[in-house]
Design a protein. Sequence first.
Length: 271
Amino acid sequence: MSDRPEEPNEAPDAESLLPIDEHVEEGHDDEGRKVRHRGIYLLPNLFTTANLFAGFYAIINAMNGNFSVAAATIFVAMVLDSLDGRVARLTNTQSAFGAEYDSLSDMVAFGVAPALLAFEWALSGLNSVGLTVAFIYVAGAALRLARFNTQIGKADKRYFIGLASPAAAGVVAGTVWAFSDFGIKGSNMSFIVALLVAAAGMLMVSNVKYYSFKDLDLKGRVPFVAILVVVLAFAVVFSDPPRILLLIFLAYAASGPVQYLLQLRRRQRVE
């Protein structure tokens, strides 16, 4: 038996002493050096959490038969989703955690909630066909978000590849809101809703390009008439929100395929 004293155990790594809920994120400073940040940014993640709650609230209302409330809540989630990213950029609080959290919230608000809303309102009467159509939409949203995350920093930010999940949710939720607000039962137009939901799901995973509006300069000076246009746009939307919003999102969803067909026609003329 050796007389050498036992060597003390190696000092535990600093990370092992952190609480289990402590978040450590690696990044780079302005000089390219690797830095580590503890914790998360509160402000943008508050908007993301509100977006997640809106999606959850829409699901609960859809299950309880409050279809108009559920559809309107999905549109509220869109507003919150547009704010979290802009707030993060304006306050320089972007993070990998925030991006992942935003995608998970979008999956609930713009993937699961619209599919369940459409199923409860119109697709349940189609039995397994309705279930399949709703799942096509959910799978399309999941694949769309996963592909978007892998293309961050690589794709042209002026365009989305495939219909963005909030826009697809706007088509589905707008349809339910516009017709249920008139007292029309979804079972009377289940086939049309099924085609619309399936088309929205397929467009999300397509290679069709959509204008993203991300190159708009919201911080620069604009002519005074621009404010009047914005006021007019709000007035038009609030005059009949269900129908106007449905028309806006249907037009946007159709703009991608129309633009694709026009480009294809130009190529054929050149050849």
